[in-house]
Write a protein that binds this ligand. Structure first.
Ligand SMILES: NC(=O)c1ccc[n+]([C@@H]2O[C@H](COP(=O)([O-])OP(=O)(O)OC[C@H]3O[C@@H](n4cnc5c(N)ncnc54)[C@H](OP(=O)(O)O)[C@@H]3O)[C@@H](O)[C@H]2O)c1
Length: 335
């Protein structure tokens, strides 16, 4: 067992030394040795959790009040987990937590407000429980016009940077679990990230150019690279991190493309789309499936590991640079 000083781990110092000892590895590649399931496109979260007892496990989920986060929370609480459900305000968190069976704790986490992220982490740490599953689920997609927070493009802040900060602030709790799993919601939309650079570090403000789906794709690439870099830093420890694409799912994610209007519940499911209970299956599978013990640094679709396409998802240098830049951007809140 390798022991790592957590602060050094976050700052990346001891890790450089550690990684010189490890064989080189292309993250998200080499999926042949990873256990496969018989689950697929239409599997529901309830089905993957059916025979798994989560009593004694603590789960944190961001974006618990809607779509995939709500369904994941519902299913894992039903299986006996204590789910800490985070929403942008207490009313949403309480309403969603109270609407399901099982043990839940509502907390506030507004990812565009780093003071709120810090306060959330303090509240979670005050519960004094190891976090067995940290599910970075909240997200926004394709804002029609450029919006900024802290001078940065808003999707980058909500989808990646806020979760980067939150995760780092909660890492000690994940390390305290016997088998801590970090599940990061990515998307096949990573393929829309800027073709040449993957992450445009010289355009994180979005001011040089802005395209709604390219900006979203960049954040979903960032989500996956964050999971892979976590996996690299925690290799040989009890902490695992993986990235998930849930499929195309009929949730509220498309609200910005509808001018903020909610989805019509009577709208028929479009071809190739999943229902929410089907969509939540992969993140729940990666979070709880016993066969995936120790599996870390992979990208999953339809409850199975998938080799991502294109160069950026395998780019360890890009992942390391993203970590370094994210650390600089959140430095005032990280200590
Ligand atoms: N649905 C799909 O087809 C699909 C495909 C690929 C990937 N994903 C990913 O899956 C994840 C879940 O999406 P979903 O489909 O369940 O969408 P959703 O129904 O729109 O849920 C998104 C959740 O994120 C929360 N959120 C938004 N902005 C936030 C902020 N500033 N701070 C904190 N929380 C915030 C929302 O809270 P409010 O309700 O208060 O706004 C909501 O709880 C996202 O990361 C998304 O990128 C989804």
């Amino acid at each position: 067992m390798i022991t790592i000083n957590r602060r050094e781990l976050i700052l990346g110092t001891s890790v450089i030394g550690l990684n010189t000892l490890l064989p080189p590895r292309s993250w998200a590649g080499g999926i042949d040795d990873i256990p496969r399931s018989d689950y697929g496109f239409a599997t529901t979260a309830e089905e993957v959790a059916a025979n798994i007892d989560l009593t004694g496990k603590t789960v944190f989920i961001s974006g618990c009040n809607s779509g995939l986060g709500y369904e994941s929370m519902r299913v894992m609480a039903d299986r006996g987990a204590h789910v800490i459900g985070a929403a942008r305000n207490m009313e949403k968190a309480v309403t969603s937590c109270e609407s399901i069976e099982g043990k839940t704790t509502p907390v506030v986490c507004e990812l565009t407000d780093f003071d709120s992220v810090v306060a959330c982490s303090e509240r979670v740490k005050s519960l004094d429980e190891p976090i067995d599953i940290l599910m970075n689920n909240a997200g926004i997609m394709a804002l029609p016009k450029l919006e900024q927070v802290y001078g940065l493009e808003k999707q980058f802040v909500v989808n990646h940077l806020g979760h980067f900060l939150l995760t780092n602030l909660l890492l000690s709790r994940v390390e305290a679990a016997s088998e801590g799993r970090i599940v990061v919601m990515s998307s096949i939309g990573y393929r829309n990230a800027p073709k040449k650079e993957g992450i445009q570090f010289d355009n994180l403000s979005g001011e040089k150019s802005y395209s709604p789906f390219v900006a979203y794709g960049q954040t979903k690439l960032a989500n996956a690279l964050f999971a892979f870099e976590l996996a690299r830093r925690y290799e040989g420890t009890s902490v695992a991190a993986n990235a998930v694409h849930p499929g195309f799912v009929a949730t509220e994610l498309g609200r910005h493309m509808r001018g903020g209007k909610p989805r019509d519940p009577d709208e028929p499911l479009r071809k190739g789309f999943k229902t929410t209970d089907q969509g939540a299956s992969t993140q729940v599978y990666v979070a709880i499936e016993p066969a995936l013990k120790g599996v870390s640094g992979y990208y999953f679709e339809d409850c199975n590991p998938v080799e991502p396409t294109g160069p950026h998802m395998h780019d360890t240098e890009l992942a390391a640079k993203l970590w370094q830049v994210s650390e600089e951007l959140t430095a005032d809140y990280l200590s």
